[in-house]
Design a protein around this ligand. Sequence first.
Ligand SMILES: [Zn+2]
Length: 160
Amino acid sequence: MPKVMLVFPEGKHKVLTISYDDGKGADRRLVSLFNQYGLKGTFHLNSGLMGIDDRIAIDEVTELYEGHEVSAHTVTHPTIARSPKEQLIEEIMNDRKELESVTGYTVRGLSYPNGSYNQLIKELLPFLGIEYARTFIVRVHFQCLMISLNGIQPAITIII
Ligand SMILES: [Zn+2]
């Protein structure tokens, strides 16, 4: 009897993905390094802040992030735990709509601004078309794995 296994594209069992928030100018160099070394990333963008200060302009998004995932980070970066339900719905849905119109694909991920989340947002997300969300976790005990990219150290730090 054949075994059915869930794998990533190209039959891979393990993958590494890296995600960055806010769409700042440093993404240009980061994406260039990712492309040079065959890494894939998810870039969580605030559609209402694009082009402001050091943030990537909306007309640069498609070309810059080609081959990577663009995902939601809300329109204006509010702290989730302090925001009313109506604002959260607008922030996420409008961010999705804007990013989808730019990228041409369905946005299914979210990074919580400032890492803030609560039970309400966890309950809302499935109704807003979001399939996954992430925050960052700071642990007292951690290990650092540093990967050298062409002599640049640390290029990537993974906190486990
Ligand atoms: Zn952010």
